[in-house]
Write a protein that binds this ligand. Sequence first.
Ligand code: CP3
Length: 365
Amino acid sequence: MTKKSSEAIFSSEAGRGSPRREAIFLKAARCERTPRTPVWLMRQAGRSMPSYRKLREKVPFLELCKQPDKAARVAVQAASELEVDAAILFSDLLLPLEPMGFSLHYERTHGPMVADERGLRRDPACIPEIDPERDLAYVGEAVRATRAMLPAGIPLIGFAGGPFTMAVYMLEADGPPDLARVRSMMGQGTSAWEDLLTKITRTLVRFLRMQIEAGADAVQIFDTWAGSVEPGDYRTRILPYVRALVRDLHAEVPVIYFGLGLSEVLADIAATGVQGIGVDSQIALKKAWQRVGPKTAVQGNLDPAVLVGPLPELRRQVRDILDQAAGRPGHIFNLGHGVLPQTPFENVRALVNYVRELSAQEQRA
Ligand code: CP3
């Protein structure tokens, strides 16, 4: 056995037998009862954190992602400063596009730009299939470094984009939300869409497996743009790849799937075998849960805009979401989308405290 594979096995088995298995985030992801509702926030490590903004004055974003020790420090600092119940890997959904032949530029004003200097968008069949262990080794290293730096009781969430969302960033010159090229490729009924999505899905399986083997205690699939097509198209053109991804992962850790605008297809997503579904703020949590059914955990779904606003309203809305969950096992508190950059850091701290306090009361009631 090579050194690398023995380490990989050791780190994933250490998680299985350790007290971390009993961490409330992982229990809720398995739909087990917890003494209070676990909470973490999408984009918890980011521009709402003064310590992150300070670091970013010195280090460009891509460099942070590619230096495992620095990335680990950001992820651990976010989790400890906010006292959330899980850390998420500090990385980005777009990183696999680089070894696939695109170049990435993160600009403060525009958001990320994916440049196609090689003309791959004209002929996606030419996009090479990558080997994440070789081409994205630094992501595996970042998982190992973060796991090593985190307190033993705090689970680490690895992540990747969903198959559709990765295709969107590959094919669309200016990123979402226009989706003209993607829609036309999906609608043509040719095998080009199938071939591209199959290739992406295979890569995502290997990319997420690498993160699990490196020590991720759960993984989240961010299929942010998957709800921008009709539910019928979602079911026939996107869902089969989500199902294949979940099936081929054979994950021994919880898999959570998140997307925006997927209210109509929540039951279909639950049927893929994911352990949890992240729901956005367009649907009441109670209604989402009725659609998801009893066997899948539900993560969400405070409107990120509420987190920017006054604290009494924030507290009221936290209570409302907890009331809708009604102490039912399997609720993981989160936002309906990521923390907005203009969010005051004190509000994020306040939110975590409200969830802790109010959900403990709810469980006692
Ligand atoms: O704290 C965390 O959640 C962990 C890290 C994380 C980042 N990106 C860091 C990041 C995660 C999980 C992501 C996922 C991601 N990246 C998604 C899916 C989730 C979503 O928001 O829908 C998407 C679509 C991307 C692509 C991406 N990267 C965008 C659209 C942007 C710009 C907008 C923004 O939020 O800043 C980025 C940049 C990015 N990714 C930053 C961070 C901390 C900001 C970079 C900076 O410091 O300037």
